[in-house]
Design a protein around this ligand. Structure first.
Ligand code: 13P
Length: 254
């Protein structure tokens, strides 16, 4: 039995209008009723659906997350969304440094650490993502890449702040490809991440940190992944988009 409570979050990416999101979440709330004692759950819809979903989630045991935030407080930054704006809508978690943001929007470890710091200062709980590409894995660079990303992304974070932070290990080659890392492959990197966290923040802190796995997690592979010692949850993309499949995944993970 694990000491850490599993945490499963759905990252909807750029999917669902607010109306579609309301329909999905209304169904999900019924399907996972009563499970929040056993598992922490969150959904991270697009910004445009946060407000309406927030009221549906009240009292459901499912937390609300956002997929990004600005590294500025306010001002002339067209198209950006601030921490205060998210907090007002009842957002608790925020995904930071997802590989799609690193790959398509130029987010560096430095930007990720700035955003994480910003989120924490505002009272949001960051889910900081790291992960290697296929080329990096095949070139035996996985440990180096994960070490650099993790240290860079957490630069300036204190131990107290780390306790409020979740890490998501998402191998880029497993995202949306149907190619899940095997439980052993994932565990190997999760153990490395926990070791790095121990070096940075000490054992007592590192033992408490939730490290999620992400990359083609589905209802039928969740259990074997969660059985691994250092895998404490999942950040789920495609399989979090419908209530039936996502609730089945959550139930299988417990
Ligand atoms: P998939 O579950 O669709 O592979 O996406 C994983 C992911 O990127 C979650 O953030």
């Amino acid at each position: 039995m694990k000491q850490r409570k599993l945490f499963i979050a759905g990252n909807w990416k750029m999917n669902k209008t607010a109306t579609e999101a309301v329909q999905m979440v209304s169904a999900l709330v019924k399907k996972v009723e009563g499970l929040s004692d056993k598992i922490n759950m969150a959904v991270c819809p697009p910004f445009t659906a946060l407000d309406r979903i927030s009221s549906i989630l009240k009292g459901s045991g499912i937390a609300l997350g956002a997929q990004n935030l600005s590294d500025k407080a306010s001002g002339a930054y067209t198209g950006e969304v601030s921490a205060a704006m998210l907090l007002e809508l009842g957002v608790k978690y925020v995904i930071i440094g997802h590989s799609e943001r690193r790959q398509y929007y130029g987010e560096t470890d430095e930007i990720v650490s700035k955003k994480a710091k910003f989120a924490l200062n505002a009272g949001l709980l960051p889910i900081v993502c790291v992960g290697e590409t296929l080329q990096e894995r095949e070139g035996n660079k996985t440990s180096n890449v994960i070490t650099t990303q993790l240290k860079g992304s957490l630069s300036g974070i204190t131990s107290d702040e780390m306790l409020k932070t979740t890490i998501a290990y998402e191998p880029v080659w497993a995202i949306g490809t149907g190619k899940t890392a095997s439980p052993d492959q994932a565990q190997e990197v999760h153990a490395l991440i926990r070791k790095l966290l121990t070096d940075l923040f000490g054992k007592a802190v590192a033992e408490k940190i939730i490290i999620q796995y992400g990359g083609s997690v589905k209802a039928d592979n969740a259990k074997e992944l969660m059985a691994k010692e250092d895998i404490d949850g999942a950040l789920v993309g495609g399989a979090s988009l419908d209530a039936e499949g996502f609730s089945a995944l959550i139930k299988n993970a417990i």
